[in-house]
Write a protein that binds this ligand. Structure first.
Ligand SMILES: [Zn+2]
Length: 80
């Protein structure tokens, strides 16, 4: 029996282009711009979507992240 590896998730602060920062957990792929920051999907058109800041022993590390345009729209509407 093979146990599939659990994706490692890290607590991070997401600062979208619009709206207020929120606390999320990210996979190792999301801070590298390889997966949508909202749903972790790697397929489809991905556009720049702000930054994620992961905690370190020093100051937080900022990563440029990407998202599907429709995911950004949905989030923007929620925050109104
Ligand atoms: Zn998405």
């Amino acid at each position: 029996m093979v146990i599939p590896p659990t994706p490692v998730r890290t607590a991070a602060e997401y600062r979208p282009l619009r709206g207020t920062p929120i606390q999320i957990s990210v996979t190792s792929e999301q801070p590298h711009g390889r997966a949508c920051i909202h749903d972790a999907e790697e397929s489809g058109a991905l556009v720049p979507a702000g930054h994620v800041y992961t905690p370190t022993s020093g100051s937080p590390l900022g990563w440029p992240v990407v998202a599907h345009p429709q995911c950004i729209e949905e989030t923007a509407h929620v925050e109104h």
